[in-house]
Design a protein around this ligand. Structure first.
Ligand SMILES: [Zn+2]
Ligand SMILES: [Zn+2]
Length: 368
């Protein structure tokens, strides 16, 4: 099939900035040198751009996982424009279709099944997406005045931020060229590809603990480079959760940032999927995999039995946990401690641990 022609602006933007980053930046570094504070400034802008995309474009606007004060939305709109990944409207529209039709080669605008190159950058270089200007999936965002303002002024904002901010910083530091190269070019290229990895590598490389119905993966290495967005398998099954790295130890600075903003009164209504649904998804995947691996009929029967017991235990444990959380006030806490539910909760905490041990034995066919 004949490919549509290249889009000149996009192709030039990606190729020229990339070429400059691998030639002009090292050349200037060797001939003139960069100061540590010029690197540090680049890192800070890189962080502002990256988190404007992850916390703003992605988790706030595309998925509505929380609500944000206008000042925070303005912050995301400005630093997000500097990241040069199109306006919030275009970005969120494409992203919602990516989730709705993930891996569908015609309806998912950056379907990973069309290969690494296509999902990473290729999809933007040619007019493949015939729904590009169809905003019917983002009517809610069209009511956000900051989103609409950014959309109308996208090009001036891109130019003003990408040239203006590095030039101003360079003027203050006394080396405009160094600043334009580091905080301008190199920062933009790194920022671009770190985001693009979520569409490409995060659908290719990593584990699938929650679902194997789509290609999205969880990957700790990618999470490090993408402000926590590397937990993409979790994200695709639970897209309404403001967290991507759901475990406390998982590296998800975007989650920490949204949580901190909520403590400062800048964000509210943070949405979370219940612990039960998350744990159940994991157990379902483990059950499915063990079922495919085990051959002994007795082991399979044990597995089935333990699966039912495991789900029941999780369900009761999470319901009681919810009760416990709701019983926060002192008065209620007293009632809770005197209640039968509390005694059962303490018992079940132990029972769940034992159930888990039996579950893992059954998964490996060792319970027989
Ligand atoms: Zn998403
Ligand atoms: Zn995805």
């Amino acid at each position: 099939m004949q490919k549509p022609p290249l889009i000149p602006v996009t192709t030039l933007l990606f190729s020229l900035t990339f070429l400059a980053a691998i030639t002009l930046v090292p050349w200037y570094g060797f001939t003139h040198g960069f100061e540590w504070y010029e690197w540090a400034t680049m890192a800070v802008i890189f962080m502002f751009n990256g988190t404007a995309i992850t916390a703003g474009y992605h988790r706030l606007w595309s998925h509505r996982t929380y609500k944000a004060h206008w000042s925070l939305r303005l912050w995301f709109a400005l630093w997000g424009a500097m990241a040069t990944q199109n306006s919030v409207l275009h970005w969120a529209s494409g992203h919602r279709r990516h989730h709705a039709f993930v891996d569908d080669d015609h309806k998912d605008p950056y379907s990973a099944s069309r290969g690494f190159w296509f999902s990473h950058i290729g999809w933007m270089l040619r007019p493949y997406d015939d729904k590009r200007d169809d905003f019917s999936g983002i009517r809610d965002l069209q009511k956000d005045s900051i989103v609409m303002w950014q959309h109308r002024n996208y090009i001036p904002l891109v130019l003003a931020t990408n040239f203006g901010i590095p030039a101003l910083i360079g003027f203050i530091y006394g080396d405009v060229v160094a600043s334009l190269l580091l905080s301008g070019v190199l920062r933009l290229v790194l920022s671009h590809h770190c985001t693009f990895f979520i569409n490409s590598l995060a659908h290719i490389w990593g584990r699938r603990p929650y679902t194997d119905r789509n290609s999205a993966r969880d990957n700790d290495v990618l999470a490090f480079f993408t402000w926590g967005e590397g937990y993409h398998n979790f994200h695709h099954i639970f897209q309404t959760d403001y967290r991507n790295g759901v475990r406390w130890w998982q590296y998800d600075p975007t989650k920490w940032m949204i949580f901190t903003a909520s403590k400062m009164g800048l964000a509210w209504d943070l949405r979370k999927v219940s612990d039960f649904r998350i744990a159940k998804a994991r157990v379902d995947m483990e059950y499915k995999r063990a079922g495919q691996k085990l051959t002994c009929e007795k082991a399979l029967a044990q597995l089935e039995e333990q699966y039912v017991a495991m789900v029941a235990a999780l369900k009761e444990w999470s319901a009681l946990r919810q009760q416990k959380l709701e019983a926060k006030a002192e008065e209620l806490k007293k009632q809770w401690e005197a209640s039968e539910a509390h005694t059962r909760y303490v018992e079940l905490k132990k029972a769940l641990k034992e159930q888990q041990d039996r579950w893992y034995l059954a998964l490996n066919g060792h319970l027989v």
